[in-house]
Design a protein around this ligand. Sequence first.
Ligand code: NOJ
Length: 754
Amino acid sequence: MKLNKRVTFLVFIVLGYQSTFAQKPSSVEVTDQKVSKLLAQMTLEEKIGQMNQYNGFWESTGPLPQEESAKLKYEHLKKGWVGAVLNVTGVDNVRRIQEIVVNESRLGIPLLFGSDVIHGYKTIFPIPLAESASWDLKAIEQSARIAAVEAAAVGINWTFAPMVDISRDARWGRVMEGAGEDPFLGAKIAAARVKGFQGESLSFPTSIAACAKHFAGYGFAESGKDYNTVDIGTYTLYNTVLPPFKSAADAGVATFMNSFNVLNGVPATANSFLQRDILKKKWAYRGFVVSDWGSGKEMIDHGFAADLKQVAELSANAGSDMDMESYAYINHLKTLVEEGKVDLKVIDEAVSRILRLKFELGLFDNPYKYCNFKAEKSNLLTPEHRAAALDVAKKSIVLLKNKNNLLPLKKSQKNLAVIGVLASDKNSPLGNWRLAATDSSAVSVTDALSAAKISYSYAKGVELVYGKTNFPDELSINTKDSSEFAQAVALAKQSEVVMMVLGEHGMQSGEGRSRASLTLPGLQQQLLEAVYRVNPNIVLVLMNGRPLDISWADEHIPAIVEAWQLGTSSGTAITQVLFGDYNPSGKLTMSFPRSVGQVPIYYNHFASGRPGPKAEVFWSHYTDESNKPLYPFGYGLSYTEFSYADLQLEEQLSGKLKVSVKLTNKGGRSGEEVVQLFLHDQVASQVRPVKELKAFEKVLLAPGETKLVVFELDSTEFGFYDQYGKFIVEPGEFEIMVGGSSEDLLKKNWTLRK
Ligand code: NOJ
């Protein structure tokens, strides 16, 4: 009886609570109500204004339309005809512009301030491709968090990041901005970056809105040439291109950016299938889509729209909610609505999405939320931020070769020569999209060696050559002048060990920086060979924004370290790895080709019908090159040695598959290993890749320690998207593979039952 009473009481409380709860609208509903209320007060021009984004007056990251003057933009701000600006930073600047709309426009709707905060704002973190090689999701999230803290301190409330484009083509300069070739890892990193930028809630003072870009397929530009055609099949679209975007959407990314490219004949900006059918309907995405810079207008060049008016009609109807720098919406949407070519509902929906974010960021409560002079003074380049940048920089370094354990070097190393212009360059390590970093503010390798009191002698060997305007495009690594070779060679001759720092300068990758060759630029290969002839005891440190063809070096040079462009603390991170303060733990997230002719090259390809070599000629191969990459996806060495044993598969009561493996640190140093799990669906209704990453874990082991590493796979990991975008799981035989790289794996078969 007593118990019954208690139960009745509890039920009463729970129901009572639920009914109070049910009456109280959720925060989403409250925001939606606010949006509708505001929308009802807006004129058509004001609505269209929210869909219009202008570049600020101070900087630019794309070609500026000459005809549009700053004065016109100012007039539009006053009328409330601008929803967002980009490239305006600094509390003072942001405040001045925000004040115009808040004080002078009729409804005072605050602006979004967007910027390309890609790998840090003032404290520069490793380029995203490098960070992905850390396989450390916490460190990656932290890097985005700090970038957001710094961006928020200077007035930015919206970053055009993360870039989540999968790419298999190292010729494409923008691989530096992404997470490599794998959709599974790419999806995890996309979510980590979104969480980092946006924090726990957009309403927090240091949270900024993120933007998953470029939707979609941009990383598959034909022949790796930026802005080029993309023509991919449905399998690749659904299984490779879209998963990182879906993951960003699931992580709550506030916005999406479409892309410059044509996808299977239709420009992404006017692609209703992508933006409406997939993103907004299938994924029920509630954020908004911004166009890429002028990507609307570029549809005229594609031959898809006759004029700017048609650009506006096609883009708006296809679900591109905000126009960045095409001037299509502001000039033509009103007429299009009046002519009935664009429904008012389309406008209302787009504007609601944009307003919703402004409410979520808390801009209506405080339009100057991101205008805090104190934060601007104290939140940039702090010792904590530098320390975090150093931490992820170390973790991003990949040891590619270490013959006879030449590395780590001893700090007491006598007669150490350092050669290469990049060794003393403080600018290149900042990479492209270095945003507010002071020029030449990175710690160079030579700086770091001196700071660590390691004695060395230095020769550049080749110079960086600047063009007339100093515009980065004109910067190159010397292609003609070998006059400094002799000095470098003489130095190498009298040294015990030669450290050569070679690669690409910091602006040689990134947007618009595609390369047709992947070898060391300029005269660096010749320099390397000249030095090698007098002293082969070389540690080659690579700095680059993409995989390079370093086949000659792999054959001849005993130690090779991939050090990418590691940002503010670059030289310190490199020195700590080279001299053994940190045991390298990075693994490649893009395959390194043996020659550019192998590109696109990626580990999760389909098997051909003639995988061979069964016959001398008639199998799928090159007559002059191996099929294998130089270094595969997932590859990276350590100063210690790991061994894998005892791969076990066991079905759990839950139906999940438990996969376990024993990992042992056989060497004399503690170290981290990225344990990777791949699977292969042996026969399916759609040809499946030879292997696909499905789980990973970064494990720290003391010398001699063994750890059982356990993964649990549920049936979704065995599934895939069919050609209609439907996710299916097919029972049958699978190969389960676990190891420390995509090419060095223990294997066992598994039958997935119905
Ligand atoms: C063009 C780039 O493709 C995009 O990624 C960037 O966000 C915009 N320019 C704005 O700078």
